[in-house]
Design a protein around this ligand. Structure first.
Ligand code: BTN
Length: 243
């Protein structure tokens, strides 16, 4: 069970805020970021009533079955472009560390097990004029979310299904933050780019985005996807969804 006490013990000196229920950890972290939150401060909730996904979508976090966390980072504007990579790679490494097989990333930042989404990552930057205040890195992980026989069951999974046993969410949080603490000083690095790129299951497959269909040829260090069309023309997709 996620509690303030268990998190306080597990997180040590890291500043954190825990909410049994909140609209969105992302919103709380954005307010904290605009205040005095230090690098690495984290907002965690057991339940979100208005969780936000990428591209304005709703992200469901029912009580007791998932991880919803938003980490405050204060990178340079240049390094901020790789924050989403650090989030996705950290979650992927946490899963690999549990000996879960077939962990991969779908461009740009979905973490998958066996081709099914287990985690979504949402980076949100806060600017004051032309000065970057920081980035809130949101991560939503399905731990034991039951998709039943809904359409989502075709495309989404959870950690406990992959593990075949129950796991402790506090332990998962600690494992993710440990990996993130390793990657944060390496934002902007070749090592982080390669750790992200090497896990992408998208490269080499046929994809469609922005009305363009072609082979996912490569990714840039900023995270853009290069789609090569049949006539050899390359198109760069900065953000969005691929199918
Ligand atoms: C996606 O659409 O794939 C990204 C989902 C990100 C969800 C997380 S859960 C914690 C944080 N709080 C939110 O409201 N969203 C992010």
């Amino acid at each position: 069970m996620l509690t303030h006490a268990s998190l306080a013990q597990a997180l040590g000196t890291r500043p954190f805020r825990f909410f049994p229920s909140i609209s969105s950890t992302q919103n709380e972290a954005l307010v904290w970021l605009k205040g005095n939150a230090p690098q690495g401060a984290v907002v965690i909730a057991d339940e979100q009533t208005a969780g936000r996904g990428r591209m304005g979508r709703i992200w469901h976090t029912p009580a007791g079955v998932a991880l919803a966390m938003s980490v405050i980072l204060r990178p340079s504007p240049q390094d901020a472009k790789q924050v989403f990579m650090a989030g996705a790679v950290s979650v992927a490494e946490m899963l690999e560390g549990l000996n879960i097989a077939h962990v991969s990333l779908k461009w740009a930042n979905d973490v998958r097990i066996g081709g099914k989404k287990v985690c979504g990552v949402l980076p949100e930057a806060v600017w004051e004029g032309d000065k970057l205040q920081g980035v809130v890195l949101g991560m939503g992980v399905n731990v034991r979310v039951d998709f039943g026989d809904s359409d989502l069951a075709q495309t989404a999974t959870n950690i406990e299904t992959a593990l075949g046993k129950s796991c402790d969410r506090t332990d998962l949080i600690v494992r993710i933050l440990r990996r993130l603490d390793e990657w944060t000083p390496q934002l902007g690095s070749e090592a982080l780019y390669q750790a992200w790129r090497s896990r992408l299951d998208t490269l080499g497959t046929t994809v469609s985005a922005d009305g363009i269909t072609g082979i996912a040829h490569d990714v840039t260090r900023d995270g853009a996807l290069i789609i090569r069309q049949a006539d050899g023309t390359d198109h760069m997709i900065i953000a969005g969804d691929i199918s």
